[in-house]
Design a protein around this ligand. Sequence first.
Ligand code: SF4
Length: 251
Amino acid sequence: MRLTSESIVAKLPTLTQVADVHATFDLVVEQLETAHACMRCMDGCSQCCHQLPQVPLCDWQVVLDYMHTHWTREQRCALVARTQRQARKGGVWAQLASIRTGGQTLEDLWQRLTDVQTHAQPACPLLRDGRCTVYPARPSTCRAYGRTQFSNGEPFWCGIIERQVDDALAAGSAAPSAPRLEPFMLRARQLSTPDQAAVAPIPLLILKHALPDGDLAPQALPFDDDDYLHFPIDLEAIQRVNFQGTRTASR
Ligand code: SF4
């Protein structure tokens, strides 16, 4: 029996692993792509890996688990060293690493992040030779980008997908209805430690989790007020959003 997106979301409370939540979200996206070819990513495209995706700590734990299970210590140390080198030698990573969260409004922080991105489109440190090196464990943001709605019902689409959709609509195809990421984010968060709902760019997560011996810490660490750039996730606001994208209660 083919599950509808709504019935998939209804099953979320029964899932007990973040990886299962991610796999379930993949199923929703797969259904979307099957129904609307215009929502399919081009093979080999890594455009979104140059957008500094904001990754929730609960998803970062999945990435850490993957790197500690499937990578050698040498591979992890090389990733840390590469990222630290880039942060030291100036440019985008250095700008990013110099932004501290403490004492700034969310609007200021988003503006500073936008300023950095306006001048450069840095590749994610986990992208090598055009491929994601943690693909089976990639964050929900990466799974979702381009084909979903996120935050107040705004499309979370990439320009390539938008053009594909425009072309399909011009050719008379039905308009696709993008699923929402929030219910999946919420369930992943409920299943996770640390006890903090926050998102941060991947390079900063790598810098934050670098150990003195050059390896990566195995456990996701909560952010301090005056830590690297990070943003809180408003879980209460997410809980008020239902799958159709309308709010179930007023703010
Ligand atoms: S984690 Fe993987 S999919 Fe996500 S931005 Fe980095 S390289 Fe791309």
